[in-house]
Design a protein around this ligand. Structure first.
Ligand code: SIN
Length: 272
């Protein structure tokens, strides 16, 4: 197995492993360590059916069932990511961390893209939330430490995607620390995202809005936080959802792009 970094701190391409086959313990340990070190792992030229995709996910934990996955794929553990000329939106077009409205958001997601737009484009950008935290001043870090933010599924699922839930069901909504600590590396990171975070508790509405807007702008306008994955058909990217954000770039209208995502539930809540 060979690991080639995409940037000095985030993203790596891994070659020499066939994800359709059960991983040896050595392969698993190397991928697990690379996931902690590089946060975004790109595996090209993989040929997986759904069971093989899910089996790779299960090596890292229990598979996540997305709160809005109403069996679009026929399998609650597979989230279809599909954009065509008839799409009103593309999922994930905006900086976000997956499903932080959940009490136990995914520890990681594995997106397997099998169809890329004929015109090119359709990349995914990823941003390093350790570095986003480290770049803040000590005064700002002190102010954010100990604050708690609300993450509400209604904002993207109803607000952006117009997805209504059946009568009586509610969108997941949970509180997480603004500055969290990665459960495995122990490093501090910025844990608010424009996809799900609605407000910071204990501040006035104006204060919370101003602070969140500053943090979201910091993420969106600091290119050195990022790496960019250019997909080819049959590429699988596995990101650490605890310390990154991502943004799907919809620059290929009216062309199509298709993939399927498996996510793995974290075994602990985000904690300070
Ligand atoms: C997602 O947010 O998981 C979708 C990312 C993508 O389609 O590139």
């Amino acid at each position: 197995m060979d690991i080639q970094p995409l940037t000095p701190h985030i993203g790596a391409e891994i070659t020499g492993v066939d994800l359709s086959q059960p991983l040896s313990n050595e392969e698993f340990a190397a991928i697990h360590q690379a996931h902690l070190d590089y946060m975004v792992l790109v595996f090209r030229d993989q040929h997986l059916d759904r069971e093989q995709h899910k089996a790779f996910g299960r090596r890292f934990g229990k598979l996540h069932v997305h709160p809005m996955n109403k069996n679009r794929s026929g399998d609650p553990e597979i989230l279809v990511v599909k954009t065509t000329k008839d799409s009103a939106y593309t999922a994930g077009e905006g900086w976000h961390t997956d499903v932080t409205c959940d009490e136990f958001p995914p520890m990681g997601s594995m997106l397997y893209i099998t169809e890329t737009p004929e015109c090119g484009g359709g990349d995914t950008m990823y941003a390093d939330m350790y570095m986003a935290y480290d770049m803040l001043s000590d005064t700002m870090k002190d102010m954010l430490d100990g604050l708690v933010a609300v993450h509400d599924g209604a904002m993207p699922y109803l607000g952006s995607y117009g997805a209504r839930l059946p009568e009586g069901q509610t969108y997941p909504k949970n509180e997480h620390p603004v500055i969290a600590r990665h459960p495995e590396t122990g490093k501090k990171l910025l844990y608010v995202n424009s996809g799900f975070t609605t407000h910071i508790k204990g501040l006035t509405r104006k204060e919370s809005r101003a602070l969140l807007d500053f943090l979201f702008e910091h993420i969106a306008t600091t290119p050195k936080l990022t790496c960019r994955v250019q997909w080819e058909p049959n590429t699988l990217t596995f990101w650490d959802n605890r310390c990154t954000q991502h943004h799907a770039v919809w620059d290929y209208y009216p062309y199509s792009r298709y993939g399927e995502r498996v996510s793995i539930v974290a075994d602990s809540r985000p904690a300070a």
